[in-house]
Design a protein around this ligand. Structure first.
Ligand SMILES: *[C@@H]1O[C@H](CO)[C@@H](O)[C@H](O)[C@H]1NC(C)=O
Ligand SMILES: *[C@@H]1O[C@H](CO)[C@@H](O)[C@H](O)[C@H]1NC(C)=O
Ligand SMILES: *[C@@H]1O[C@H](CO)[C@@H](O)[C@H](O)[C@H]1NC(C)=O
Ligand SMILES: *[C@@H]1O[C@H](CO)[C@@H](O)[C@H](O)[C@H]1NC(C)=O
Ligand SMILES: *[C@@H]1O[C@H](CO)[C@@H](O)[C@H](O)[C@H]1NC(C)=O
Length: 266
């Protein structure tokens, strides 16, 4: 009896908690923008997207973080180049009249946009991919194809030679400044494939050694994996080359972080 009522009280308190920390929503539509103070959560409450201001910064960004990692690690930031003012509490992420998903300040000036004219809804998936869909539910834009500084499990890092599209990572300028820093990480074009960290986009700073079927030969921490979580797919016909790793085989899901990209964390 006693135990039963304690459990009930606990459940009740837990079910009240989310609303004390600002509203959580599961979907952005043209009639339901995401306002500052609200967050978009993935169905299993794994990832969360919302507004944040880095410590001692007067800037505000739209970013995405793992809900249960503290202190928060922002794995994707939308307006890296174009911060909102921290004091602007009327900022929102909305599907505008142009049909694009856009980040606007209190005066409705755009600070970031997907530049796509038929967006209908936006949701966050449990793998951390923020996807924007058209009215038929087809994915029109996704954060996994527009990476910031972090590679999450099941994300593809690499390039498409045909379109010239590169899914490379770029470090933050500093710990409290998400604007693009000098380090970038990606795959080289020659064979065999190698991962590189470049300075200023061209000066090699670190390289992984060649890919050897299941790992980069010079990355020590890759050698000891009992179950191989890494994949590199080189598709000559398609002109694509992508590296990825799968979930729950590696502790921690963040490969590159901040300006200190030199200590590669794979
Ligand atoms: C989000 O809203 C759109 C448009 O109303 C709807 O088609 C879709 O099913 C919704 N998705 C979720 C996860 O609620
Ligand atoms: C949208 O277009 C603007 C202006 O051309 C560009 O600066 C911005 O990077 C684009 N946004 C995305 C997400 O590609
Ligand atoms: C939205 O636009 C894309 C390309 O711009 C197109 O492939 C897709 O069919 C459009 N969706 C709808 C529902 O019109
Ligand atoms: C990178 O660019 C910055 C700014 O232009 C410059 O000061 C620095 O020397 C460059 N570093 C390298 C290794 O190219
Ligand atoms: C390469 O791409 C082609 C065309 O999309 C596809 O048919 C083929 O299965 C791919 N090969 C590999 C090894 O993924």
């Amino acid at each position: 009896m006693q135990l039963g009522s304690v459990t009930l009280i606990f459940l009740f308190i837990f079910s009240l908690l989310p609303s004390q920390y600002g509203a959580e929503v599961y979907n952005i539509t043209s009639s339901h923008p995401l306002s500052d103070g609200e967050t978009l959560v993935s169905p299993g409450l794994i990832y969360e997207l919302g507004f944040f201001s880095p410590k001692s910064s007067a800037n505000k960004y739209l970013g995405l973080w793992h809900k249960s990692i503290f202190p928060r690690k922002y794995v994707w930031v939308a307006n890296r180049d174009n911060p909102l003012a921290d004091i602007d509490t009327l900022a929102s992420l909305r599907i505008g009249s142009s049909g694009s998903l856009e980040l606007v300040d209190g005066k409705h000036s755009s600070f970031w946009s997907t530049n796509i004219s038929n967006c209908s809804s936006a949701v966050l998936l449990d793998n951390g991919n923020f996807v924007v869909k058209d009215v038929m539910g087809a994915v029109m834009w996704e954060s996994f194809n527009n990476p910031s500084d972090s590679l999450l499990p099941s994300m593809l890092m690499g390039y498409d030679r045909g379109s010239g599209k590169q899914n490379f990572l770029t470090s933050w300028k500093s710990e409290n400044d998400p604007s693009p820093g000098i380090f970038s990480a990606g795959l080289s074009a020659e064979l065999p494939a190698q991962a590189f960290i470049w300075i200023n986009g061209s000066t090699p700073h670190w390289r992984s050694g060649p890919w050897d079927k299941s790992k980069f030969i010079a990355v020590r921490s890759m050698q000891s994996q009992y179950v191989n979580p890494f994949t590199l797919v080189d598709n000559e016909t398609q002109g694509t080359r992508y590296f990825s790793f799968s979930f729950d085989k590696i502790p921690g899901d963040v490969v590159f972080a901040y300006g200190d990209i030199s200590s590669v964390n794979v």
